[in-house]
Design a protein around this ligand. Structure first.
Ligand code: HEC
Length: 148
């Protein structure tokens, strides 16, 4: 068990719009995520994560289990208040870096648009669900990804 109060913290995704958008989806009534990220969301990857994603996403969607994401991978899910995707409501981040030393090698964090941190216990608040139930790829889902 790693405590969330450790020094190394996942940074706020200041430049998320310059990352690579890989999917967009909507969470509606009946979806278990309704209480966390209702409505529109988009998922962005940094270059390190995207190179790996590009190489293996077809395998993952075909039911295989590709190798885990490399050190330095950064995944940002932005949840919006509006249907147009102009008003961010929540930034949810997975960042793989040794110094975070958290579940699965990922640091897990969520921010309000003003930068306020939300996660108190990354195992309980995030990781438990990401490694349970639906088939994951190194803790990630990409449920709304559609090939071009
Ligand atoms: C109840 C289960 C659950 C909890 C709790 C949860 N997630 Fe997720 N998360 C999901 C699912 C399912 C998706 C795929 C969403 C979609 O596109 O439909 C997802 C998507 C994501 C993504 C985009 C990449 C991907 O896996 O598709 C990130 C990043 C993420 N979550 C991080 C977090 C963080 C950080 C927390 C804690 C604050 C958290 N999640 C809490 C289930 C959960």
């Amino acid at each position: 068990m790693v405590s969330w109060s450790q020094e190394a913290k996942v940074p706020f995704p200041e430049n998320y719009e310059s990352l690579i958008k890989v999917e967009e989806g909507e969470i509606g009534k009946g979806n278990p995520l309704m209480g966390i990220i209702p409505g529109l969301h988009r998922t962005y990857l940094n270059n390190i994560a995207y190179e790996h994603f590009k190489k293996y996403i077809a395998d993952y969607k075909a039911g295989k289990t590709p190798p885990p994401f490399p050190e330095g991978s950064y995944i940002v899910l932005v949840n919006y208040e509006d249907k147009e995707g102009k008003k961010p409501r929540l930034f949810i981040v997975m960042h793989k870096k040794k110094e975070y030393g958290q579940t699965g090698g990922w640091g897990w964090e969520a921010f309000k648009p003003n930068g306020e941190r939300i996660v108190k216990n990354p195992d309980k608040d995030c990781a438990n669900c990401h490694y349970k139930g639906a088939k994951d790829w190194d803790g990630a889902f990409f449920s709304h990804y559609k090939p071009e």
